[in-house]
Design a protein around this ligand. Structure first.
Ligand code: GLN
Length: 499
């Protein structure tokens, strides 16, 4: 059964439909893999064994009666622990939600359940999705399957590592500034941030509501499209949800093609500050795209140099407001201090004990940026920068159908390397943040190796043009597979580890 875990979701779905393998076998194979390697990886905060097997058994039973099933029925999936699930814990990677159970399912989770996809469990993340390495989780870091001494990116390192380590064929992530694409890049997986509003945020624990977006994590571009079509589409529970149809994403992924496509290199998002090996792989990808008939042009987005600064005002501002509800009264942890426990003292003690340093740093920063007298200077200015970034994108998409850049400036770094240097940590998202600021979609696909570690290539498209990402992404994926003689993850080392 070892081969089962290596199949893409699309191929596994075909085998399930053909009756070559049962949903229980497929689910059990992944649960066994989790048992085997997750002691070393720590991708999962909770494994949902009994329920996943029940769903799988139900799929097998339905199939035996000949009743209709969703094409992905029986394909297991992991869910980032920022997304609420009924019947399983949801911690957001924080002590403050330890032991809390959501009374409802996120819309994306309801859609997985409707498709009868067994949910394997909940994956690790930086606390409240704040970070780029998963080291800010209150439950210990996740390790990169390519090298256990290195980070899997963040905040969705758990989802990316689970998929890279063949613990799950698919996972859900959330991307506020890059938390799907950046972990995708450094683990050799595919990560998609859909157009803002394209996938419901109902039941995604809010970090920065104007930037947050749920999206797919997978090993192939086609698998991401299959999952995107399941989770996408209008949801009346989310007031920012688009009413547009999801679009023919799977069709685009099955018909990868860049012939005649205008691809814009973003001048500001490569070169100086980018690791030589990353730059090398990026140039190789450009050459392959050119050979396949793409027209490569250069575009300039001069305001991107302010994107990171503006993000780190808007994001903490929204987070400081969103996280005010963790007060020791409504959710999870409650710490009652000695003496006269007034409500203020209970709140203070709970938040002091329940939040980690990075979350506190951002709450303080956001509260300051929103305070009277500073609001215009900080939050107001950051919003103006956001408009300038949107205008840069508008101009760039006047010259190109899609834009391209490396997803991250470097490959995976060592655990601990950037933990005490918040600015160095923040810089990992320099190429991913602009898309969130503009609400546009982005994809990261594995772009080969630099010094034995994965490099990610990012495509960006105008809002609502997610299909273009799948068309371009699938084309580059197959060009690169031709170049390396197969999928990148086939080259990943065996995980032998600390149990
Ligand atoms: N790394 C970025 C941050 O720390 C992005 C996080 C995310 O996308 N959730 O804010």
């Amino acid at each position: 059964m070892a081969e089962l875990i290596r199949l893409s979701a699309a191929v596994l779905a075909e085998k399930l439909a053909a009756g070559e393998v049962s949903a229980v076998e497929a689910t059990q194979a992944h649960l066994d893999r989790i048992e085997e390697v997750d002691g070393a990886i720590n991708a999962f905060l909770h494994v949902n064994t009994a329920e996943a097997l029940l769903v799988a058994a139900d799929v097998d039973k339905t199939r035996s009666t000949g009743d209709a099933l969703h094409p992905l029925a029986g394909v297991p999936i992991a869910v980032k622990d920022l997304i609420v699930t009924k019947g399983q814990p949801t911690t957001a990677g924080s002590k403050i939600l330890e032991g809390w159970h959501s009374p409802y399912d996120a819309t994306v989770v309801s859609r997985l359940r409707a498709a009868k996809m067994p949910i394997l469990g909940k994956t690790n993340l930086d606390e409240f999705a704040m970070g780029s390495s998963t080291e800010h989780s209150a439950y210990g870091p996740t390790r990169n399957p390519w090298d256990l001494d290195r980070v899997p990116g963040g905040s969705g390192g758990g989802s990316a590592a689970a998929v890279a380590a063949f613990e799950a064929p698919l996972a859900l992530g959330t991307d506020t500034g890059g938390s799907i694409r950046q972990p995708g890049a450094v683990t050799g997986t595919v990560g998609v941030k859909p157009t803002y509003g394209g996938v419901s945020r109902y039941g995604a624990i809010a970090m920065a509501s104007s930037l947050d977006q749920i999206g797919p994590v997978s090993r192939t571009v086609l698998d991401a499209a299959l999952l995107h079509e399941i989770i996408g589409g209008h949801d009346p529970h989310d007031s920012t949800s688009l009413t547009d149809p999801v679009g023919a994403l799977v069709e685009a992924a099955r018909n990868g093609d860049v012939e005649g496509m205008k691809i814009g290199i973003i001048k500001e998002l490569h070169g100086e500050g980018y690791q030589a090996g990353v730059e090398h792989r990026f140039n190789e990808a450009l050459d392959l795209l050119r050979t396949a008939g793409a027209e490569i042009v250069e575009v300039s987005c001069p305001n991107f140099k302010y994107a990171l600064g503006a993000y780190y005002l808007i994001m903490p501002s929204e987070a400081s407001s969103n996280l005010a509800k963790y007060d020791g009264v409504r959710f999870g942890l409650r710490v009652v201090p000695d003496g006269a426990p007034t409500i203020e003292r209970v709140m203070g003690a709970t938040r002091a004990a329940g939040f980690g340093d990075e979350v506190k740093r951002r709450i303080i920063l956001g509260t300051y940026a929103l305070s009277a007298g500073y609001y215009d200077a900080y939050y107001g200015s950051a919003q103006k920068v956001r408009t300038l970034i949107q205008r840069d994108f508008d101009a760039a998409f006047g010259q190109a159908d899609v834009l391209i850049s490396p997803t991250t400036p470097t490959t995976a770094f060592k655990l601990g390397e950037k933990l005490d240097d918040p600015l160095a940590m923040y810089l990992n998202d320099v190429a991913t943040i602009p898309a969130n600021m503009a609400g546009i979609p982005g994809i990261s696909i594995p772009g080969g190796l630099a010094d034995g570690l994965p490099v990610g290539i990012q495509f960006l498209a105008p809002a609502r043009q997610d299909a273009r990402l799948y068309r371009a992404g699938a084309a580059l994926e197959s060009l690169l597979e031709g170049q390396w003689g197969g999928p990148l993850l086939a080259q990943a080392p065996e995980i032998v580890g600390v149990k």
